[in-house]
Structure formats: structure tokens, C-alpha cells
Design a binder for this molecule. Structure first.
Ligand SMILES: [Zn+2]
Length: 73
């Protein structure tokens, strides 16, 4: 499944969104509910089982980007 990463242009936070066949319209920032978002370069989906993949856990404090940070075991 494609998981896309988005950046909110309003609050500056990034989040992941599991896109299921749609065109991505209507996605809102889970932090501030703004629709002013940009899609970032997609990462490979992390393996299931990492906390259930809830949207609330998508953004790490400090703006750490997990792409390329060696998250795979
Ligand atoms: Zn936001």
C-alpha cells in the first residue's frame, strides 16, 4: 500500500497518509485540519506492527525524518 508523506503548509508539521485509490484531494492536516498541504517524497511503507500505524504517531518531535534513518531491521 502506498503511504505518502505530506507537509502541512500552515503549521509546518509533516504526517503520513495512507492513500487508497483516491487522488489525494480532501486530505487535511491531522494537527490543524488545514487543507493547505504538500505531498513529500514518498517513503517505503514501514512494516506493520510498529504501533499500529496510527496517524497520531506520524510526526516525530524535533522534525526527525525517518526516511533513510535506518528504521528497517
Ligand atoms: Zn497543520
Amino acid at each position: 500500500m502506498p503511504i505518502y508523506e505530506y507537509l502541512c503548509n500552515k503549521c509546518g508539521k509533516n504526517f503520513e497518509y495512507l492513500q487508497m485509490g483516491g487522488d489525494g484531494s480532501g486530505i487535511q492536516c491531522p494537527h490543524c485540519q488545514s487543507g493547505d498541504i504538500s505531498r513529500l517524497m514518498s517513503c517505503f511503507a514501514t512494516s506493520p506492527g510498529q504501533g499500529g500505524g496510527g496517524l497520531g504517531m506520524a510526526s516525530a518531535p524535533g522534525g526527525g525524518h525517518k526516511c533513510g534513518s535506518g528504521g528497517f531491521s
